[in-house]
Design a protein around this ligand. Structure first.
Ligand code: ARG
Length: 462
């Protein structure tokens, strides 16, 4: 029999039960649901809203139910609709009428809002730890490769030489921003809605602050209509997760390119690669491709949440039950991707020789050659034109700028002297780019130091 059956004269059809029941997916909230109920029952007892002995009995029975669920001794029922009513039915089954007192001054509307906030708090912290591990792996790569020269690209055309450490730190700062965003989202998630009840609060003298602090929340929601209908924190979380997936998929795309024969910059470990069923030579970067592909799921989850909430009148509407599968999918996808990406990246072997060879081709030192002329007194725009025509000459003659002898150089401009060759060497190009945040080895090492400090500050909150 349904807990709300009093007003009904007919049973729901099975078709209806199957359609609106959420137990198949919200069952994962059992721990949060029971922990929230224990805090609520304790508060009811303290406030004298229900007899203290009844509150104690409810709490003890709930603790037993939690243990039994964890031990796999409980099977949930679709007929009981969702996790909240499944737990309450079990409670009533075990302690009879006393169990019927638990739902005093509470509604499933504030209960589900509480459960999902408790779930998200846990998940945000666990995603934050995964991001921190990834940042550590990246910082180690950067530290070990502060001097590993590689070509930097724009438009996927060789542009200027950089270092692998510099490239890695670009991603590190993206993931540090993701952690910062998660911390921010955590702040707004960490507010307790319990006491909003169905929509209009209650006539019972609840102690909302007690329940909130007992459950580790920072404070209470300030409007009961908003308390039950706010899912902004899920939208924020899904958008943080989307940004993480964007960052992961960009890194993945680069590793896919780099592991191709054309680049040959990286070799992924066998443990994280796959072969082909027909082509014996193949070694495919599946992890990176799958992460790139899965980013779409998380963006879709964000869209689903936005669309679900858009235009909903206050306060609770059953549409809101649809928040769960989306956010659960986003959480599981982002966690799975972060975990395997960190392991895959840590096992990557970078080919410093290929990267260096790649930097020597494609005129990555052309800007430095123009800067050389500027230092000899030419205006930059003029230097740009002269070097451009030298590049064209080199392309026609199948050589690079440093292959031109001094006589040929002087035909382009009298300003060239013997020191030109040193000025456009890879080492000079890299070592003289000492802008803070630039590719020079010293700048990279300074960035790593700074990022390590930022990371420890970010993970020491909240
Ligand atoms: N399973 C529901 C959900 O996830 C719980 C809240 C139900 N409230 C209601 N008034 N029907 O949203």
């Amino acid at each position: 029999m349904k807990l709300w059956s009093g007003r009904f004269s007919k049973d729901t059809r099975k078709l209806m039960d199957d359609f609106h029941s959420s137990i198949s997916f919200d069952c994962i909230l059992y721990k949060h649901d029971i922990t929230g109920s224990i805090a609520h029952a304790e508060m009811l007892g303290r406030q004298g809203i229900i007899p203290k002995e009844d509150a104690d009995a409810v709490c003890a029975a709930l603790a037993g139910i939690l243990q039994d669920i964890q031990d796999g001794k409980v099977s949930f029922s679709t007929e009981a609709e969702d996790i909240h009513m499944n737990v309450e039915s079990l409670l009533i089954e075990r302690i009879g009428d006393t169990g019927k007192r638990l739902h005093t001054g509470r509604s499933r509307n504030d209960q589900v809002a509480l459960d999902i906030r408790m779930y998200m708090k846990e998940q945000l912290l666990s995603i934050r730890s995964l991001l921190a591990e990834l940042c550590s792996v990246i910082m180690d790569i950067a530290q070990n490769n502060a001097e590993t020269v590689m070509p930097g690209y724009t438009h996927l055309q060789k542009a200027q030489p950089i270092t692998l450490g510099h490239h890695a730190m670009a991603y590190c700062f993206m993931f540090l921003r993701d952690i910062d965003r998660i911390n921010d989202c955590y702040k707004r998630t960490n507010i307790c809605p319990l006491g909003s009840c169905a929509l209009a609060g209650t006539t019972y003298p609840l102690d909302r602050e007690y329940v909130a602090s007992r459950l580790g929340f920072d404070g209470i929601t300030l409007n009961s209509l908003d308390g039950v209908s706010d899912r902004d924190f899920l939208i924020e979380a899904a958008s943080c997760f989307s940004a993480i997936m964007v960052h992961l998929s960009r890194y993945c795309e680069e590793l896919v390119l780099w592991s191709s024969n054309e680049f040959g910059f990286v070799e992924m470990d066998d443990r994280f690669s796959t072969g082909s069923s027909i082509m014996p030579q193949k070694k495919n970067p599946d992890v990176c491709e799958l992460i790139r592909g899965k980013s779409g799921r998380v963006f879709g989850d964000l869209q689903a949440l936005l669309t679900m909430l858009k235009g909903l009148p206050l306060a609770y509407n059953k549409d809101m039950q649809e928040d769960k599968e989306s956010i659960f999918d986003a959480v599981n996808t982002v966690k799975g991707c972060l975990e395997i990406f960190t392991a895959t990246l840590a096992s990557c072997k970078f080919n410093a020789r290929k990267m260096r060879d790649g930097s020597l081709l494609g005129f990555t030192n052309a800007t430095d050659a123009a800067d050389y002329m500027v230092k000899k007194g030419l205006p930059f725009r003029e230097a740009h034109r002269v070097i451009g025509s030298m590049v064209l000459y080199c392309i026609e003659h199948g050589c690079s700028l440093s292959d031109l002898d001094l006589n040929t150089l002087k035909e382009f401009s009298p300003c060239f002297e013997e020191d030109f060759y040193q000025a456009i060497s890879l080492e000079t190009c890299i070592n003289s780019r000492i802008t803070p945040g630039g590719p020079a080895p010293d700048s990279v090492l300074a960035s790593v130091q700074q990022a390590r400090r930022m990371l420890s500050a970010l993970i020491s909150k909240p």
